[in-house]
Design a protein around this ligand. Structure first.
Ligand code: KG4
Ligand code: ZN
Length: 342
């Protein structure tokens, strides 16, 4: 089954063609990051206008790279929620027009759940390798293929708009245990970066700056919200604001931005990792599956690996490129929600 996935929930225009929910025939993402960075964040009205400009060229480019005709597509999958309404509508309208024209079924996909399905994709290198021969691709596919994720697992999605903890027992049995009560973790990264004078998106900038800082220098709070599966990062962000204000008022001390970045990052990382592992232990589940843009953070990835290892838990983490918004994960989510019982 060949699925055409479309993802336009925010400032990425993404299209992918995926076979049987895992083999990526082509994957294209056109990011507007540079365009929005001059405004310090995504401007929804401009994002949707850009989506309209970009969607057709990227569709055609992905089809060409997959080397198939449109008539080979069996199913359409599109992110329908959550996201910026204007941006979402571009993807949904495109998918509906396509489905109408070719008489195809159209599956609407939840963006947050789709992030977890980046872990179900195999042959991930194929999408980006224009120079690799089909022979080489086949060899890689055999090496990586056949490894579907066992359930149940605890899923954690950490992105710019969401921090969500799931108990996944089957493809049609996904229970949301907890979510952010205020700022998502990625949003906190972006806002703290802004405070430090770093450009949008702030997550990768904080990560870069943190490498030069001391993560133990400033004791920022760890918002564990004991007794709840929810998250809350706005208090931590406010703690950073007060720390900077106090330093500015106290003329004798210098602000060390790298220490702030490293200490803030460490507080977010420890909160996410300890809370997820605690949930998995409470539920007696020994597999954790991660997804979302913040999972691209190398400190977060390595701390998850070491802590999961300590408790003998299996951990699935997508390659960095598939942590960020893409349409292959949308196609995968549609495939598994409809085709495979679970
Ligand atoms: O999943 P995503 O691409 O889009 C949404 O669905 O929101 O996530 C984007 C978020 C942004 O807040 C960005 O700052 C954050 O992911 N992010 C990172 C890193 N790379 C992206 N946060 C921390 N460290 C990173 N390396
Ligand atoms: Zn996302």
């Amino acid at each position: 089954m060949i699925i055409l996935g479309i993802e336009t929930s925010c400032d990425e225009t993404a299209v992918a063609i995926v076979e049987d929910g895992k083999r990526i025939l082509a994957n294209g993402v056109s990011s507007q990051v540079k365009f929005h960075s001059k405004y310090g964040g995504v401007i929804p009205e401009l994002a949707s206008r850009k989506q309209i400009e970009l969607i057709n060229p990227i569709l055609e480019e992905v089809r060409r790279r997959a080397r198939i005709k449109w008539t080979r597509i069996d199913v359409l999958a599109v992110t329908s929620n959550p996201g910026l309404i204007g941006s979402l509508l571009v993807g949904i309208s495109t998918a509906k027009a396509f489905a109408y024209l070719f008489h195809l079924p159209l599956y609407e996909v939840d963006h947050v759940e789709a992030h977890l399905y980046a872990n179900f994709l195999d042959n991930l290198s194929r999408a980006s390798s224009a120079t690799t021969t089909p022979l080489e691709l086949g060899r890689r596919a055999r090496k990586q293929g056949g490894d579907t994720l066992e359930m149940p697992f605890i899923g954690l999605v950490v992105s710019g708009g969401h921090t969500s903890l799931f108990l996944v027992k089957g493809h049609k049995d996904i229970e949301l245990l907890g979510k952010t009560r205020d700022d998502a973790a990625g949003e906190a990264f972006d806002k703290v970066a802004k405070l430090l004078g770093l450009p949008y998106p702030g997550g990768p900038q904080i990560e870069k700056l943190a490498k030069r800082g001391n993560p133990d220098k400033i004791k920022f709070p760890r918002p564990y919200l004991h007794g709840s599966y929810d998250f809350s990062f706005s208090g931590l962000k406010t703690a950073v604001v007060y720390y900077i204000r106090d330093k500015i008022l106290d003329f004798r001390t210098r602000i060390n931005k790298a220490d702030i970045a490293a200490s803030f990052q460490e507080a977010v990382v420890q909160t996410l990792v300890y809370k997820t592992i605690k949930t998995a232990r409470e539920k007696a589940i020994n597999r954790i599956v991660l997804g979302g843009g913040v999972i691209a953070n190398k400190r977060l990835r390595s701390f998850f690996r070491s802590e999961a290892g300590k408790y003998g838990m299996k951990l699935s983490v997508p390659p960095i490129k598939f942590c960020l918004d893409n349409a292959a994960m949308v196609a995968a989510r549609a495939y598994y929600s409809k085709k495979v019982s679970g």
